[in-house]
Design a protein around this ligand. Sequence first.
Ligand code: NAD
Ligand code: UDP
Length: 310
Amino acid sequence: MRILITGGAGFLGSHLCERLLREGNQVICLDNLFTGRKCNIAHLLDHPEFELVRHDVTDPFKFEVDQIYNLACPASPTHYQHNPIKTIKTSVLGTLHCLGLAKRTNARVFQASTSEVYGDPEIHPQTEAYKGSVNPIGIRACYDEGKRCAETLCFDYHRQHHIDIRVGRIFNTYGPRMLPDDGRVVSNFIVQALRGADLTLYGDGSQTRSFCYVDDLIEGFIRLMNHPRLTGPINLGNPAEFTILQLAQRILAKTHSPSKIIFLPLPADDPKQRCPDISLAHSELGWNPTVSLDTGLDTTIGYFRKLLLT
Ligand code: NAD
Ligand code: UDP
């Protein structure tokens, strides 16, 4: 198949490019390299079936493709709050352009949605039926509402134009190729621990997240995209839940770091607890994460150790 991946030079996108090439597909990676890096896909540039197109999804684009994975959007709060208007334009216009392209080419669209559509959730764990609790005027809204609107566009194109859509709600995912200055918690803590710097814990550390290793998530992407009829939305994440303090302590132990934990103010609207209910992904896709936090952290720590040495 000929497959377009927007945001293909980013953390998740680069793993997806690799996986789809390995399976014999042609891959067009479209990225403006805002948070993506050429080095993430440098090893693919000579592959005869791979093409990198430097382009911004807020401007229209045309390709002849069978499938579109729409991943373009900064995902770390630090990066998506850097230029919030650009973030919401990226989600809304980027998705609109993907759906328009799908309408013309008859391609199937996978939308990388997020657990952030649930906001600071009032139910736990979060099921797909939960409609969410998002502050529409807060500092996270550019991302949360952009992604919610992107889901709306997917379902309106599906109902109005019969576009084949797959909406995956991704929960916190980590692994090699996150940027060292990405700002998300796993990469921040590992890099701080390896450098002997203080671990910056926001709030009292009692807030929870559930961390999925990248390889597990990519398997979920492929299964959802190639399901014959399921539109989603469907949660994709690892239901093993940890407090952020537990994560910090685990990373300190694994890296044998002398670093200390310092407590800083909790950013506005930071969700207090987050854990996916993945019954639907399990029953419909036969999907379950297989990599434990311990194993995934070991691999990710190994990656950053090597990166920081070079
Ligand atoms: P990332 O920042 O590494 O990747 C995003 C990619 O999109 C980057 O390569 C960036 O350069 C590109 N991009 C950003 N704006 C663009 C634009 N206007 N035009 C073209 N390219 C643009 O983040 P990631 O973790 O790989 O996330 C990928 C997708 O998955 C995002 O849509 C994100 O919202 C979603 N997601 C990720 C997670 C996670 O935990 N990793 C969780 C929920 C949702
Ligand atoms: N966090 C933290 N220190 C950091 C980065 C993040 O304590 O250096 C906290 C953050 O406040 C949040 C959790 O870790 O409660 C997860 O943050 P991240 O930015 O990784 O993802 P998100 O909040 O989008 O789930």
